[in-house]
Design a protein around this ligand. Structure first.
Ligand SMILES: CC(C)(COP(=O)(O)OP(=O)(O)OC[C@H]1O[C@@H](n2cnc3c(N)ncnc32)[C@H](O)[C@@H]1OP(=O)(O)O)[C@@H](O)C(=O)NCCC(=O)NCCS
Length: 112
């Protein structure tokens, strides 16, 4: 993510299933959070993957304690597909893993 020529975050894309679907991840520098920049960047990347590249599905995995990430994904129309209970050891404790996803057909309806 670039703000006036300055790198403030990133959106990672990992394509799989012969490039037909992808997992995304994203990070925004703390001082720029709360302004909608990450939502805007992730929306552009997901829109590009689904509407322009023609992928079938985009998904993301979120630490159950990470409310900001989950809110971002829901704001963009991702569905919660599942919660793996205490499936990850992170920051000294077992934590849930939330699985979010959106299909190309759902994305085109939500952005129509
Ligand atoms: C996850 C992360 C990118 C979210 O950052 P963020 O700035 O909260 O994300 P958004 O761009 O969606 O901004 C939403 C916030 O901006 C506000 N906002 C202001 N203007 C806005 C606009 N035009 N559009 C959308 N939101 C706007 C929203 O109200 C919201 O605030 P709230 O959460 O207090 O309700 C950030 O917390 C982060 O980098 N975390 C560490 C890395 C991480 O956890 N990555 C996820 C792994 S998948």
């Amino acid at each position: 993510m670039d703000l006036n020529g300055r790198l403030i975050g990133d959106v990672g894309v990992n394509r799989h299933d012969e490039g037909r679907q992808a997992e995304i991840g994203f990070t925004l520098a703390p001082r720029f959070q709360g302004g909608g920049y990450a939502s805007e960047a992730v929306r552009r990347v997901v829109g590009h993957l689904l509407a322009e590249e023609g992928l079938h599905r985009v998904h993301a995995s979120v630490d159950g304690r990470n409310d900001r990430s989950a809110r971002l994904l829901r704001r963009l129309g991702f569905r919660l597909e599942g919660r793996e209970i205490q499936s990850c050891w992170a920051k000294g404790e077992w934590t849930d893993d939330l699985r979010y996803a959106v299909l190309a057909s759902e994305w085109s309806r939500s952005s129509a």
